[in-house]
Design a protein around this ligand. Structure first.
Ligand code: ZN
Length: 152
């Protein structure tokens, strides 16, 4: 029901902006506080970030392979990974409500692990190029997204 809020203690219908229940006096702001706190980390946004990062990176990698550009070496792939992670981080940071820099960070860790698992690269160079750099790109993207949303 729009414009009203039922009391969790006695079910009395109160105005949305009421601080205390008019019947039993229970604190109604507690619920809204919990909503705000729960908006800090959203699993679905985090998974969405993984989908964008891993999807763009893998899709572009396959496309480059089909075009024969993979002969140019790993540099284009690294650049694509950076763009994919920054984009994923930005989207999550921009559209997930609240200050949610943790979401793109977790997304990046999972997407990096996925990419490494798929490629089978676990050496130090692969971890630095394919892991830490995209992770930082995701954080930068997430930070820009938060800035665009105005939470920083
Ligand atoms: Zn009440």
């Amino acid at each position: 029901m729009v414009g009203s809020r039922s009391c969790a203690a006695c079910d009395e219908i109160n105005d949305t902006n009421a601080k205390f229940c008019r019947k039993c006096g229970a604190d109604l702001t507690e619920t809204s506080y919990q909503w705000a706190a729960g908006g800090g980390f959203d699993v679905w946004w985090m998974l969405g970030g993984v989908a964008v990062m891993f999807g763009v990176q893998t899709g572009a990698g396959i496309l480059l392979g089909l075009m024969g550009i993979s002969r140019l070496g790993t540099l284009p792939l690294v650049l694509i990974a950076l763009v994919a992670f920054a984009l994923g981080g930005f989207l999550v940071g921009r559209f997930s409500k609240g200050k949610t820099i943790l979401e793109p960070a977790v997304s990046a860790v999972i997407a990096v692990a996925l990419a490494m698992f798929v490629k089978g690269h676990f050496n130090l160079l692969a971890i630095v190029i394919g892991g830490i750099l995209p992770f930082l790109a995701a954080l930068a993207g997430g930070w820009l997204g938060e800035k665009a949303q105005g939470t920083i």
